[in-house]
Design a protein. Sequence first.
Length: 287
Amino acid sequence: MHIEQAYAQCMNDERIRSFLLFIFYFLIKSMQVFSLYEGSYSVDSTKKFIPFDPAKDDKKDRKGSLFIHIHPFLVQTSSDLILLDTGLGYRDENGQLILHNNIKKAGFEPQDVSLVLMSHLHQDHASGMVWEKEGKLQLAFPEAEYIVARGEWEAGYSGKSTSYKTEVFDILQRSGNLQLVEGSGSINAQVRYEHSGGHTEFHQVFHVEENDTHYFFGGDELPEPEQLLRKFAAKYDFDGKKAMHLREEYGSKAAQEDWICMFYHSTGAPFGKVEEKDGGFKVKSDQ
Ligand SMILES: [Zn+2]
């Protein structure tokens, strides 16, 4: 039989045709990434995050503050809808989670999320794991498995740092949706976690790979593209030197292996590929 004839026969058969379309759909649909931008905020020594709108607000009125942007990410693979970090859990004027609204805008429902991957549990990354509905705190992603590093979980509960909100953890602990992991390993064929330990002692980073596309989420080890371009050890990191070396390591590997990096606190493009040039890095926007 000629190939054209075989093709025509396949396309005439409704079952084969739908199967082929299904495969094609997944090949082109697989591995999409979305920034679920939660907004821009200022934070001072009280560790309260206050919405900051550059069009209305003036930085001079918020002396001693850091200004940050927050981008949780959504990655669709052929088998999962993955959320990477969950933001501050802020809501719109109708009481809806900004995160939920953005997931809907991307064409999904919050209950479609099957994995929530947590880099660490500081409040600007972990507060959106839960939300208050009808006066009750509950999981924001009830169908998802939440992947958290065991050491980070314990550090969060130890009460040594005010950057953690334990009332959020209580809901997750009682839910049965929590999966604690240690060190480095795989969740499934596409998703890997890697202990990094620079920003917090048990901080972890994630790789999501499928069909030659490789996404990397560095959480607060690689929060902004600019941080690849400067060498510095930051006081806000648990181990500033280690975090600095990790940034270099991730930058080199990203360039060599063509990773798409997701930058959680980026003020510009939230994704990018990296080029290594003359001993430094260049980040190209990938949006
Ligand atoms: Zn942090």
